[in-house]
Design a protein around this ligand. Structure first.
Ligand SMILES: [Zn+2]
Length: 175
């Protein structure tokens, strides 16, 4: 592992590496903006009334926990990266891929919870892993588990995998 790090880092600019880590972190948290959106309504005056109307739209695990959300997120991150000045030395693809994969890993982690996720939004049906009738072993609430165990582990693994395979990934994408 240390060898791979030592062997693969020289081809990366530090700015790219830092942005990959930041992008992965952001990607792993971004799907829960629909949850945060719902909470905002309880902190403003008349929020409860507005929140009741907005709740069906902003309900936890809505569009951001779907493939549509993943696609939108990827487009937004790409747009941000494309807008950055090139002299910052941030390579777009490693950041974009690792951030999108982190986002997808959040969806995957949420799929292991009892609630499941509406992965085929706007179809409102929630899907989970494992599917019924084996859903009894799903996690009761995903938050502590995904935040403290799954995300850090998955992100570190993904970053290492992407770094190790970066030459191959680049060849496939940029051919
Ligand atoms: Zn979530």
């Amino acid at each position: 592992m240390t060898y791979y790090f030592a062997a693969t880092t020289p081809q990366y600019q530090p700015a790219t590496f830092g942005t990959v880590i930041a992008g992965s972190y952001l990607g792993s948290l971004a799907p829960d903006i629909d949850d945060a959106g719902a909470d905002i309504w309880h902190t403003v005056p008349l929020g409860h009334t507005v929140g009741k109307i907005a709740d069906p739209i902003l309900k936890h695990r809505n569009i951001s926990h779907s493939l549509v959300g993943l696609a939108l997120y990827t487009i937004i991150v790409y747009a941000i990266l494309a807008a950055l000045p090139s002299y910052w030395g941030i390579a777009t693809w490693p950041v974009l891929i690792s951030s999108a994969v982190a986002y997808a890993s959040h969806l995957l982690a949420d799929a292991f919870t009892v609630e499941g996720i509406p992965v085929l939004w706007p179809w409102k049906r929630n899907f989970g892993l494992p599917p019924k009738p084996f859903d009894g072993i799903r996690i009761e609430t995903g938050h502590w588990f995904e935040n403290l165990v799954i995300f850090p582990a998955v992100n570190i693994i993904l970053i290492v995998i992407i770094m190790i395979n970066w030459d191959n990934i680049k060849r496939v994408l940029l051919k």
